[in-house]
Design a binder for this molecule. Structure first.
Ligand SMILES: *Cc1c(COP(=O)(O)O)cnc(C)c1O
Length: 426
């Protein structure tokens, strides 16, 4: 073996995996078991006391899921990761380690519609208060900081318009405030953007989207960058204070630069319970092997489709950071030089009715609420994912009544353009 560090495509295929030690199986087996036999009573006690690493029960960890965790940690450049049942579960588990009732976190206003709902309603019932800021105005994050702020949450490529967030500028705000920066990297995937390289302390994903990539399995993951010091100022007691359920150990002191991932597992996943099925972990691992190939094709197709739409007379505007005229193009060149992703919006001169009509006429694009599938997808956010917002909030989050969102798949771009052409023209 050479001492070369493996490249991204090699990691996407190999990181975390090895031939199965008992059978020689080359693909990672699906360890479809709830529980694991202890060697003896001492071994069992040391696993339960966190003195040894090993498998206990699939709610807390599973060998198939462990390969997925190691692979995504490697691709993102983190110290450790924790796989969970969905992207939303990842967000709950992360914030549960950071916030006490009455605390606040600052979130970018441009987010996945489901996250806006989760933060506004479900998290409020836990006593976690979201304060919104504008990702295009870094100073709005600075102004939102209070003594109760415990985290900042942004998307790298933001829903629904595919806008690019200035991660480094917002990480500077987080550093000054002494709070971790959490980046939802779902729409970029680590192939396009590695937020940890730009100052993120925690990365979350919906594995359901580009990482799994085939629209067949839900999953989520949390990646610990290992960069944040949880011990200062007593701000993060879950990590810095003795844990009564683990013989009084302090997680930061014991686990150092992967303490956050451990907290998410042994306090979050163990107690809240959103475990990922090993079958889904297997499906997502298989998807990740082709991530670099798929993601490049997604981006190249998206650019061709965006260029076609920008020249079409029925289209009022296209928001795609890969177009040189786009307001996010400079940020895209800095953060996502390989491509600006495959999810973006455009608006129609015919407004709300034209949006609804287009969606019903498309044949190759599937009308559904998902992104990051091999298949091309379309949705009209104002009548679906963002329908719960009032008109002003719809426009502020990039989901005005005339806006249509695409997730461009990996089909032949000529077929995608022909489908849009018939639906726009007819
Ligand atoms: C889909 C999505 C989520 C939620 O993930 P689920 O796996 O559906 O729970 C969060 N953030 C973004 C950007 C998403 O696209």
């Amino acid at each position: 073996m050479s001492d070369r560090l493996p490249g991204f495509s090699t990691l996407a295929v190999h990181a975390g995996a090895q031939p199965d030690p008992t059978t020689g199986a080359r693909a990672t087996p699906i360890y479809q078991t709830t529980s694991f036999v202890f060697n003896d009573a001492d071994h069992a006690a040391s696993l339960f006391g966190l003195q040894a690493f090993g498998n206990i029960y699939t709610r807390i960890g599973n060998p198939t899921n462990a390969v997925l965790e190691e692979r995504v940690a490697a691709l993102e450049g983190g110290t450790a990761a924790l796989a969970v049942a969905s992207g939303h579960a990842a967000q709950v588990v992360v914030l549960q380690q950071l916030l006490q009732p009455g605390d606040e976190f600052i979130a970018a206003r441009k987010l996945y519609g489901g996250s806006i709902n989760q933060f506004t309603h479900a998290f409020k019932s836990f006593g976690w208060n979201v304060v919104w800021a504008d990702p295009d105005d870094v100073a709005s994050f600075e102004r939102a900081v209070t003594p109760r702020t415990k985290a900042i949450f942004i998307e790298s490529i933001a829903n629904p318009a595919g806008s690019i967030t200035d991660i480094e500028a917002i990480s500077t705000v987080a550093r000054k405030a002494g709070v971790p920066l959490i980046v939802d990297n779902t729409l970029a995937s680590p192939y396009l953007i590695r937020p940890i390289d730009h100052g993120a302390d925690i990365v979350v994903h919906s594995l359901t989207k580009f990482l799994g990539g085939h629209g067949n399995s839900l999953g989520g993951i949390i990646v610990d960058a290992g960069t944040f010091d949880w011990s200062t100022g007593g701000k993060y007691p879950m990590l810095s204070e003795p844990r009564p359920e683990y013989h009084g150990i302090r997680l930061q002191e014991t686990f150092g630069n992967f303490a956050f991932a451990i907290a998410c597992r042994v306090l979050g996943l163990r107690d809240l319970g959103p475990a990922l099925s090993p079958f889904n972990a297997f499906m997502i691992l298989t998807g990740i092997e082709t991530l670099p190939l798929r993601m490049q094709k997604h981006c190249d197709n998206a650019k061709a489709v965006a260029e076609f739409l920008a020249g079409h007379p029925a289209v009022a505007s296209v928001s795609y950071a890969g177009l040189p005229s786009d307001k996010y193009h400079q940020l895209a060149r800095k953060y996502a030089p390989k491509g600006a992703g495959a999810v973006f919006t455009f608006s129609l001169k015919g407004g709300y009715d034209a949006g609804v009509s287009l969606v019903s006429k498309l044949q190759l694009f599937s009308h559904l609420a998902n992104v990051g599938d091999t298949r091309s997808l379309v949705i009209h956010p104002a009548s679906t994912t963002h329908s719960q917002l009032d008109d002003d909030a719809k426009i502020k989050s990039g989901a005005g009544p005339d806006v249509v969102r695409l997730s461009v798949g990996i089909e032949d771009k000529e077929d995608l353009i022909a489908d849009l052409e018939q639906a726009l023209g007819a």
